[in-house]
Design a protein around this ligand. Structure first.
Ligand code: HEM
Ligand code: 2DC
Length: 469
């Protein structure tokens, strides 16, 4: 028989003492490294208590498979306390990100049809490709301006704008014009608000929502302001689309974006649509832009791989006569390169689920209602799971039988990332356009580490050079 829960290895200290040590050791921005070290110390399963939250942590794909296969119809992840606290404080409805139970499921099923289903997803391709083309145009103009036949910069701000422009195009069917020299200050404020919202979440991550709301600390106030700015700006965009639809300004035959489809369908109450669309708008900025920054960095450091990808893209372009939907069907290495980027640089440090029944992980019996975390960052760098983990090698994803519960960057199952298909297409099309037009270069010597700011980010600016082919 399997071993009892109480025997799972880990520190036996109290939760508050643990949280104190965690703070002291600079754990705030270092969650990913601390986890990786704990797996080394305790083995492939350990328990941990931070503040009031106790969790079991696992690293192996087999255990992840066991966890996700038993998650049931209404999977729940760790509900980020300050996000819940903000909505309760301002009396805002939850979107799919924070909803649970049947309420989550019915919203999610309606949203899936408009955001994830293969039927609509193909329609996103021209919208996202157009934004990619505009990025190339802007980059060419910057090359001209430099007078040096190249553009060298920290691209993070450019990519934030690219990412916001991209999600908004599919959500609202409209362009914001963020890839021009003049950037709407309101859009820039939205971008800054999302970054601030993530940044102020991490120090409050392990405190219970009730405690947070009573707190008048600086971090909580900044957090509230950040969410206020996010909701205000999203509301403006949503109102515009709503008004245009009522005035029938849009031709009823052309695709008007995700929001207008949801409004026309009339299956969800307006407040629920607004809540989830706001979450998608906010969720669509830092996630894809940071991943693209890492992807370009890795490709710059592996010129051979970059050449292989370029050859694949150019061949696909030739064969498909420029049809982007067709091209996406014959660029497996490009897709693998994005998977590989997310292996080394996942957005989410862990995936989490509350167990609904007893499961056996590493021969320990884990009771129902336990928070179990899959250490995604640690798994991506574990040599047992990925041989030579430090090597960026997209081909590893093309080996048969190599993927079993390893490509988990967007989560798994019915609760996986709602924006997954948007994110994947946006990133694939962006890299396609860049590879068709530029060589990506960087100073080879520069090492860039990772910092936890709720999502994982580069710990210093990444300077890249785009050189026209
Ligand atoms: C949830 C990753 C981009 C919206 C998640 C989760 C992960 C994730 C790991 C949790 C999944 C789970 O628990 O199984 C990523 C990555 C992205 C990305 C790696 C890009 C590189 C986006 C974009 C959007 C978005 C572009 C919006 C269009 C959401 C939402 C949820 C979610 C709304 C919550 C879904 C639910 O609870 O039903 N994402 N994401 N994400 N993501 Fe993303
Ligand atoms: C953060 O311990 C660390 O995709 C915590 O687009 C566990 C945890 C729970 C939920 C995760 C979060 C971590 C990282 C950021 C994620 C989030 C679920 C969705 C969110 C992964 C790993 C993200 C970035 C969404 C955000 C949408 C939001 C801006 C409205």
């Amino acid at each position: 028989a399997a071993r009892p829960f109480e025997q799972v290895p880990g520190e036996r200290r109290g939760g508050w003492l643990n949280l104190y040590h965690f703070w002291q050791e600079g754990g705030l921005h270092n969650v990913h490294n601390i986890m990786a070290r704990k797996f080394q110390r305790f083995g492939p399963i350990y328990r941990e208590k931070l503040g009031v939250y106790e969790s079991i942590n696992i690293i192996s794909p087999r255990d992840a498979a066991t966890l996700f296969r038993s998650e049931g119809m209404l999977p729940e992840r760790f509900s980020v306390p300050p996000w819940v606290a903000y909505r309760d404080y301002r009396n805002k409805p939850y979107g799919v990100l924070l909803k649970t139970g049947e309420a989550w499921r019915s919203d999610r099923l309606t949203l899936n049809k408009e955001v994830l289903s293969p039927r609509v997803v193909e329609g996103f391709v021209p919208l996202l490709s157009e934004v990619g083309e505009d990025f190339v145009r802007r980059a060419r103009a910057q090359v001209q301006k430099s007078g040096r036949e190249r553009w060298t910069a920290d691209f993070s701000h450019e990519l934030f704008r690219f990412a916001l422009e991209s999600v908004c195009h599919v959500l609202y069917g409209e362009r914001l014009g963020l890839l021009q020299d003049f950037v709407d200050p309101e859009a820039q404020r939205f971008i800054d608000a999302v970054t601030l919202m993530f940044h102020t979440t991490s120090p409050m991550l392990y405190l219970p929502p009730a405690l947070l709301r009573g707190l008048n600390a600086r971090t909580w106030r900044d957090h509230v302001h950040a969410w206020d700015a996010i909701f205000t700006q999203a509301d403006k965009c949503i109102q515009n689309v709503y008004r245009d639809l009522r005035l029938q300004r849009k031709g009823s035959r052309e695709y008007g974006g995700i929001l207008s489809s949801l409004l026309l369908q009339d299956k969800l109450p307006l407040d629920d649509i607004k809540a989830s669309v706001t979450e998608m708008m906010a969720g669509g900025v830092d996630t894809t832009s940071v991943t693209l920054q890492w992807a370009m960095f890795e490709l710059a450091r592996s010129p051979g791989t970059q050449e292989q990808l370029r050859a694949e893209v150019l061949a696909a372009k030739h064969e498909a006569a420029g049809d982007r939907v067709k091209m996406l069907k014959s660029t497996p290495l490009l897709k693998a390169a994005i998977k590989e980027t997310l292996r080394l640089h996942p957005v989410a440090v862990t995936l989490q689920r509350y167990t609904v029944q007893e499961v056996v992980l590493q021969d320990y019996r884990i009771p129902p209602k336990t928070l179990v975390q899959v250490g995604l960052y640690a798994m991506g760098r574990d040599p047992e799971v990925f041989p030579k983990p430090e090597q960026f090698s997209p081909e590893r994803w093309l080996l048969p039988g190599s993927k079993h519960f390893k490509g988990l960057s967007f989560g798994f199952g019915p609760r996986q990332c709602l924006g997954r298909r948007i994110a994947e297409l946006e990133m694939q099309l962006f890299l396609m356009h860049i590879l068709e037009n530029f060589k990506i270069e960087t100073k080879r010597a520069v090492e860039v580490g990772t910092k936890f700011d709720l999502i994982l980010l580069p710990d210093k600016p990444i300077y890249l050079t785009l050189r026209p082919l």
